[in-house]
Design a binder for this molecule. Sequence first.
Ligand code: GCU
Length: 426
Amino acid sequence: MFALRFAIPLVLAASVAFAQRTDVNYDESKVPKYVLPDPLVLNNGKRVGDARTWTNTRRPEILELFRSNVFGRIPGRPQGMTFELAEINQQTLGGSAIRKQVVVYFSKQKDGPKMEILLYVPAGARKPVPVFLGLNFTGNHSANADPGIRLGDLWQREPVNKKQAKQRATDASRGAAASRWQIEKILERGYGVATIYYGDIEPDFDGGMPYGVRPLFAKPGETRAADAWAAIGAWAWGLSRAMDYLETDKNVDARRVVLMGHSRLGKTALWAGAEEPRFAIVISNDSGEGGAALARRRFGERVKNLNTSFPHWFADNYWKFNDREDDLPIDAHMLIALIAPRPVYVASAQEDQWADPKGEFLAASAAGGVYKLLGKQGLETDQMPAIHQPIMNTVGYHIRAGKHDVTAYDWDRFLDFADKHFGRPR
Ligand code: GCU
């Protein structure tokens, strides 16, 4: 009884302290008036009136604006990349799945940068299956308690020194992120699922660049360009390399790969989906600022927060827009529109105000004009739906109750969305 009476004032005190942070706007009435750049007006001011002009002229213009101002430029497939099937089990997860673990060596040097793909496909599928692909934050072994998942090296987020920065994962964290992956659910619905530890591609700390893939492409003596790729670009590039592998796997229908990313990896999924046409569907979960949320709303996280807290994520040119969101030649609706005409799904969480759920919705809504021009349906509304009322057109959206996370509810909707566009896999 006592504990209960005390709990309420404590919660209130915490939320008041949160609301009182003067540097972060959580007040809808303080969202400034803003004008979004029109995705359907060319750089020369002319209107885009047909699909061809979008595809041949306007889309490349917008892609270039994102490359030069936001994410930087990513290279192509490296020469000398090889795949090695390190492990296969024809009957895992109680006989329901085939498990494969594939090492992707990014160069001829086996001791150079590499990543490991964990892939499950339903056992007994008679045809190649559609697959969900996503990067994970905490190691492949955290995605499921399956004891056969190989333990890899994990990077600390804020390493004290380089020696301590990388440690071998242990059995203790097997399955720790299983609720975020829902592997059994995905398999039951007839899909495969592939995941890769993002730190294999580049560790996620300022100064982590030398330990990732970017040095493979650096020319001796080269100084870093303001539009050079950064960590999000590197992670996106790694997803394209995963696609290179999936195209070779006979259990996988590589024309039906759904890319899913959460949070910073949701920003990454949108950028990877924009750069890589082989992703058939793109899903951004709680991606927020620098992802699906409109920067011009200045609600929750802002460009300056991103650049100062995570200086290694974006191209250096992005710094120019700290406190100057209205000067951006693009906004999040145009990132989403780069995925058109492919299906794209944006998911928000009600308590994830830092990511600005309304800004995520409005961006998805404002991408609709491009989808319409290409003969597809956008969200077809600018009224945000209620909690747990998903919209599923070629653009999809939901907001669920709860905090910043990926949950079973989210996966149920992602699977529904994939079923809607691919047909139910058997
Ligand atoms: C921080 C960051 C967000 C990011 C999130 C995450 O909250 O400010 O931009 O999306 O981390 O990746 O978990």
